[in-house]
Design a protein around this ligand. Structure first.
Ligand code: IMP
Length: 206
């Protein structure tokens, strides 16, 4: 099996940019959907929601489709933000926040409040990737990176919770890293590299 092009089932430009930065050097062209497709992410696992996104976009565009479902798991308040990471600010638990000045900043504000005075700040990012090749033909991969949540945001690169996440073994947040430095150790970088290995294995055995 040879994979030269994949469609990315996402309308989050920052996530698509990261996937592009990781896959392009590996020889895979990343296509952006010509229109947004509504996907009801009703599963309670990352892999379940990645499957729903990949399948829905594949059914609309009929091109091999890759979806990432990812989020931040914070031990002290498990299972939050978890599968609710992108809309954590809207949830009633720990009090709602207004999406101002942006959804990402509202999510960070709420998480820092929920962890106020808490000693255990350990956390991990998880990424589940599903590549939907054809009806019933899928490849799945997962990646994670452990770290901790800071008490104040730092850095302006990346997206989402990057300004408050320091990976294990580092003393700077993801938002203070250059993109390639983050991709080498990030949950998404690891999941995508593993996915490419699985694709290569299939190429050898077909
Ligand atoms: P999804 O698009 O439903 O998978 O939502 C993922 C959410 O998890 C994003 O909106 C971010 O809030 C968070 N997230 C996932 N990956 C990252 C990352 O690499 N950095 C920071 N936040 C992330």
């Amino acid at each position: 099996m040879s994979l030269k092009k994949v469609l990315v089932a996402s309308s989050n430009p920052k996530k698509v940019k990261e996937i592009k930065e990781i896959l392009t050097p590996l020889g895979i062209e990343v296509l952006i959907p010509p229109k947004k497709v509504e996907v009801e992410e009703w599963a309670n696992t990352f892999i379940g929601n990645a499957y729903l996104k990949a399948k829905t976009y594949y059914e609309v565009f009929q091109i091999p489709t890759l979806a990432d479902d990812s989020g931040l798991i914070v031990d002290e308040i498990y299972p939050y933000p978890g599968v609710y990471s992108s809309r954590f600010y809207q949830l009633d638990v720990f009090g709602r926040e207004k999406p101002e000045p942006s959804e990402d900043i509202a999510n960070i504000r709420k998480l820092l409040k929920a962890l106020e005075n808490k000693k255990n700040r350990s956390a991990k990012f998880v990424s589940a990737i599903v590549l939907y090749l054809d009806a019933g033909k899928i490849i799945a991969s997962e990646g994670e990176v452990k770290g901790f949540i800071t008490t104040t945001p730092k850095g302006d690169k990346g997206f989402g919770y990057d300004p408050i996440f320091v990976p294990e073994g580092y003393n700077k947040t993801f938002a203070e890293m250059e993109p390639n430095e983050k991709h080498k150790i990030s949950h998404r970088g690891r999941a995508l590299k593993n996915l490419v290995k699985l694709i290569e294995k299939l190429q050898c055995s077909s």
